[in-house]
Write a protein that binds this ligand. Structure first.
Ligand code: PNS
Length: 174
């Protein structure tokens, strides 16, 4: 039976959100009534931003986008657990991920197969906008760390947060 509300989860580390992520979240909202942006927080892995900071930046970027589809995107962290359990809790049996390249596909395919094996959670892949084919959170952090310009790569709120965080790190005597 088709659920009355079609919901999906767009999971990721979002450390930090890029314009490529934002594009996928909004395009997922073209296909689903509710998109749950799932900010994955791995307690064993120290990110540049904490889970709450990353989630807040996703919320700010959605609000600042002025895009009406943003109203259908809900942001929540999911901590130390399986994505399929997060999907089950939310009543969202579909995962949506963006693909920039064949390398992304090779990384995503085993996870998609595992999620279907574990809980019949299907994965829908959206072809990434080629304008963001070179944009990843890790490259954005590297560019920002060395003082490069990240405009055109991340939303304004993320750009500001990166500048602040890199400044804090530079003044940290540790
Ligand atoms: O943005 P990322 O880091 O590529 O996102 C990867 C993420 C968080 C979606 C993936 O690692 C994940 O689903 N983690 C949750 C743990 C899990 O469910 N593992 C088994 C699925 S294969």
């Amino acid at each position: 039976m088709t659920p009355a509300v079609r919901a999906c989860v767009c999971p990721g580390s979002f450390d930090p959100l890029t314009l490529g992520h934002l594009d996928v979240l909004l395009r997922a909202a073209d296909l689903f009534d509710v998109v749950h942006a799932g900010v994955a927080v791995n307690p064993g892995k120290r990110g540049l931003f904490t889970g709450p900071e990353r989630a807040e930046l996703v919320r700010r970027a959605l609000a600042d986008s002025g895009d009406p589809r943003a109203a259908r995107v809900v942001v929540a962290e999911f901590g130390d657990g399986l994505l399929v359990d997060h999907c089950r809790r939310l009543g969202a049996p579909v995962v949506v991920k963006g693909l920039r390249s064949g390398t992304d596909y090779a990384y995503e395919l085993p996870m998609a197969l595992m999620n279907r094996h574990l809980a019949d959670v299907e994965t829908v892949f959206l072809v990434g906008d080629p304008a963001y084919g070179h944009v990843s959170s890790s490259l954005v952090k590297e560019v920002a760390r060395y003082g490069g310009d990240v405009s055109g790569l991340v939303p304004a709120a993320v750009r500001a947060a990166l500048a602040t965080r890199m400044g804090e790190d530079a003044s940290d005597p540790a």
